[in-house]
Design a protein around this ligand. Structure first.
Ligand code: GCU
Length: 620
């Protein structure tokens, strides 16, 4: 066994005094790590549904919740059937004779009458199952927008708020051997104190939008793990394994990365946790140019959990972003979790791979997954395809800053996002929000989220889309106090669209940026209706957008610390704020790709710029 190097000794001391996020403090989420890779029974497919704008299936006529009543019965979750054919009881719903929606999928894009429906829809899925003795079972949803109440065989399992992170319920002992049914009340009504709040520039698609399955696990199983390089130390692998179950203490767990000749036997403590730090000199580091992933195997008795993990370091030094110690330029694009060809929430790996393939065609090595946690599959695809990721929570515009429950909701979404993404090499930035207005309550809210992110994971950068202001002397000032707490100076600017005159005029602007950090343009852009042509000053035309990109890139090129950008946006997307009947028709048209998949002229402007940047940064 090798003696601890001074670095590792120091790290151990810093862990002990809590200055470094020790593996012990890291994981707090209750989600099963890498749940989709466990032994699962998929519940995707057709689910019967009932539209319930008055929530009659949840409340009685006195607005008392049925599932809070003495019997706990009375709601649609009973999935009740007449029990007596001769004198059938009065039951005013019947899932099995109701229409069906596809899961995963939002409901708005599946039925024209639901296009702009916001409210409650009940889903029901019947399935057969033979639960095995000694095994544990978890019902897992990738995401349900927004508030979900979940029932199994008529019994309430729980509720969840947040439309973009997984929810999971243990159902061991609650499954019948044979027929079972799950009922979900999904409600995408927007609320001021929610996260996101009532106003967003994306359509509030509702429903069970990501995969649903039942995961099986042994009585005591590997619930959570992290296997990553230590902060700024490409020679040390660190992490933990967390067992869950009666026999979690004093267990032997094996970590094996066969291809790299790395194997470690771990012993769990009384809390079922084993942490490790081990030398890992032989690892090939992950980068967009060579997205190397290793098969990582964790063994706990007869249980084997497999993951594919890449290893890289990300840091900043002055105005440089260092990927594996080398300065990099983040050639990015912003992406919504929407397939423009549907248009609707992405429904599976095919949709996700299409979006990332378009980003690769653009010459990207980076994507901003806006403005909320995207599908876990998207993160794994980014690992595989070699795209770095900015991952974000929907603290967007004006949130209820002084509402403690709103803060807790935001923090929980952040924790779940970090838990879901902590083993993904592609994720290099956690973003705690977008375009949030200056003010002390906001600063407190946002800096608490920053602290939380750093406490959960100190190996990645933390950022947000900051506010900026302009002065009559054509100077754009970036001195948002939140910038002090972040690793990047990232901001959205819409010169040439919302302000600043025509595209040809914007190069008059100069930047005054307070912080000596890498500068990152998290958004710029303008709308263009694909196929509509005019000159560079004809708003909504492809030529206007093209000229805007040409001049934006010229203007931004004057910023010495510019180290990356994610222009707004890869593809047109549904947004009800956009109601110009000719050019928008309910869509934000700032995409470089239209709703029919057509590349607009500006796509090629950015593609050429990225070709040059790649050459300049040696293809990084
Ligand atoms: C904002 C916002 C986006 C929005 C975009 C736009 O900056 O972050 O969500 O869609 O600008 O106005 O098109």
């Amino acid at each position: 066994m090798s003696l601890p190097t001074p670095a590792r000794l120091l790290a151990a001391v810093l862990c002990a005094v809590g200055l470094l996020a020790s593996p012990a403090a890291r994981a707090q989420s209750s989600l099963i790590q890498n749940a989709p890779a466990r032994r699962v029974l998929s519940l995707n497919g057709s689910w019967n549904y009932i539209i319930d704008p008055y929530e009659n299936g949840f409340y009685d006529y006195r607005r008392e919740a049925f599932d809070q009543s003495k019997s706990g019965k009375g709601g649609y979750y009973d999935n009740q059937k007449p029990s007596n054919a001769q004198e059938p009881e009065l039951i005013e719903y019947d899932f099995d004779h109701s229409a069906a929606l596809q899961v995963p999928g939002d409901w708005n894009s599946q039925d024209p009458k639901l296009l702009y429906y916001e409210g409650t829809i009940w889903y029901k899925k019947s399935f057969k199952m033979a639960p095995a003795a000694g095994k544990r079972y978890f019902l897992y949803f990738g995401a349900i927008n927004y508030e979900a109440h979940v029932y199994l065989n008529g019994k309430k399992l729980g509720m969840h708020r947040g439309g973009f992170t997984p929810l999971q319920f243990e159902v061991t002992g609650q499954l019948n051997s044979g027929d079972n049914f799950v009922v979900v009340k999904a409600d995408n009504t927007r609320h001021l104190d929610a996260v996101p709040t009532i106003n967003t520039d994306w359509w509030n698609y509702g429903g069970i939008t990501r995969d649903v399955f039942i995961a099986e696990a042994p009585g005591t199983f590997i619930k959570d793990y992290e296997v990553q390089l230590a902060k700024n130390d490409p020679t040390t692998l660190m992490g933990y394994v967390q067992l869950n179950g009666p026999a979690k203490s004093g267990q032997t767990v094996t970590l094996n990365i066969a291809e790299a000749g790395l194997k470690q036997t771990l012993k769990t403590d009384t809390a079922g946790r084993a942490t490790f730090r081990m030398p890992a000199k032989k690892l090939s580091l992950w980068s967009p140019q060579s997205p190397k992933l290793y098969a990582v195997t964790l063994t706990n008795g007869g249980e084997v959990v497999q993951d594919k993990i890449g290893f890289r370091t990300i840091a900043t030094r002055g105005q440089d972003i260092l990927l594996n110690g080398k300065s990099a330029f983040m050639r990015g694009i912003s992406i919504h979790d929407e397939n423009p060809l549907i248009p609707g929430r992405t429904r599976g790996e095919g949709d996700l791979r299409m979006l990332l393939t378009w980003a690769k065609e653009l010459g990207c090595n980076y994507v901003r997954l806006a403005h909320y946690p995207h599908n876990e599959t998207m993160l794994k695809l980014a690992d595989e395809m070699g795209l770095m990721v900015w991952a974000e929570v929907p603290v967007y515009w004006t949130i209820a800053w002084e509402n403690q429950a709103t803060y807790q909701n935001a923090e929980t979404q952040l924790s779940d996002l970090i838990s879901m993404g902590k083993n993904r090499a592609s994720i290099v930035v956690w973003s705690v929000g977008n375009e949030t207005p200056l003010g002390d309550p906001r600063l407190k809210f946002m800096t608490n989220l920053v602290k939380k992110a750093r406490a959960l994971d100190d190996t990645r950068l933390v950022a947000a889309a900051l506010e900026l202001h302009r002065t009559p002397d054509n100077v754009i000032h970036v001195d948002d106090p939140l910038g002090e707490y972040l690793d990047l100076t990232s901001f959205n600017e819409y010169a040439g669209w919302y302000w600043g005159g025509m595209p040809g005029e914007i190069t008059k602007y100069k930047f005054d940026i307070k912080y000596n950090k890498p500068v990152f343009i998290s958004e710029f852009g303008g709308d263009a209706l694909a196929g509509y042509h005019g000159d560079a000053n004809t708003r909504w035309s492809e030529e206007y957008q093209e000229a805007l990109y040409v001049n934006q890139l010229k203007m931004l090129g004057t910023i010495p610390g510019l180290r990356g950008m994610t222009p707004w946006i890869l593809a047109d997307f549904r947004a009800t704020r956009r109601q110009h009947p000719v050019y928008q028709n309910g869509f934000n048209r700032k995409g470089l790709i239209s709703s029919t998949g057509t590349k607009k002229k500006a796509f090629y402007v950015l593609q050429e710029y990225y070709r040059q940047q790649a050459a300049k940064y040696n293809g990084k």
